[in-house]
Design a protein. Structure first.
Length: 276
């Protein structure tokens, strides 16, 4: 019997309780969540198949190995969909197929690394996300305008140098825009689209110190997001009904301005201070 079958059998056993040793089978009742669920880092609604996926962040041990399980719930029953060799961090539906990413290097002892798809009832590799970085993984998978992106601390995807950000193009992964030079090892956390531009967040610093932790793709170049406008002189950045505790003066400097230029200063006086 395989590890997966043994685990499913154990899950079914703990999913029921007997009201008394002398009672017949009719007294067996569903005990609810019949599985080991520690840190559920994934919670995803599959609207195509009308099921819920959960799990990925904690493990259980067998006599020979540790596994991070991913569970599937159909509204009535839980099932073990996969046993991974390390953490699952993200999951999406892409072209009606479940895609998962994380730090795993195997699925039920099959050598599938960091990203996989569940198709035809089996887990299959979904590209070569690799890196010489210790502890590389896929942090997030996002589908934006019908296209899928992957982020994380990895350097290459299907042979393309991408340094933490990749896009699915046809049947392979490619880099997104020009690949910047960073200080140290970047960790790309997430990606979204705002006002027609891709915006990427993470822990990174451009080598020339021009951009840090947040960047947007404008045409074919990465740029910092537009700075927030400074308040006009004599106004408060907060509504007047919510004054601060005491009178303070704050200086706001635009990242786009020169080192010596600055926005107007303003003062905020609390209601208590104003009363005196």
């Amino acid at each position: 019997m395989s590890v997966l079958h043994r685990f499913k059998k154990a899950a079914c056993m703990v999913a029921a309780c007997l009201c008394g040793p002398a009672f017949s089978q009719q007294f067996w009742e569903d005990a609810g969540q019949g599985m080991f669920l520690g840190n559920a880092w994934i919670c995803m609604n599959d609207t195509v198949n009308d099921v819920l996926y959960a799990g990925g962040g904690d493990w259980f041990n067998t006599d020979t190995a540790s596994y991070w399980p991913l569970y599937r719930y159909d509204g009535t029953h839980w099932d073990t969909l996969g046993l991974f060799g390390n953490e699952l961090k993200t999951a999406v539906m892409y072209h009606d197929t479940l895609i998962v990413g994380g730090a795993f290097k195997s699925i039920l002892d099959e050598p599938i690394k960091r990203i996989a798809c569940f198709a035809g009832g089996t887990w299959q590799s979904y590209g070569d996300i690799n890196s010489g970085i210790e502890g590389a993984y896929v942090q997030s998978l996002r589908v934006i305008d019908g296209e899928m992106y992957a982020t994380g601390p990895f350097t290459h995807a299907d042979g393309y140098y991408c340094n933490g950000l990749a896009k699915r193009v046809g049947g392979h992964w490619e880099n997104v825009g020009p690949v910047p030079e960073y200080v140290g090892t970047p960790i790309m956390k997430d990606i979204a689209k705002y006002q027609g531009k891709l915006v990427v967040s993470g822990i990174f610093d451009f080598a020339d110190n021009s951009i840090r932790n947040l960047m947007q793709l404008v045409d074919t170049a990465w740029e910092p997001p537009a700075p927030t406008a400074c308040p006009a002189a004599g106004t408060s950045p907060r509504p007047p009904a919510r004054p601060t505790r005491s009178s303070t003066t704050t200086r706001c400097t635009s990242p786009q301005a020169s080192a010596t230029a600055s926005c107007a200063t303003w003062a905020m006086t609390s209601a208590t201070s104003a009363a005196h």
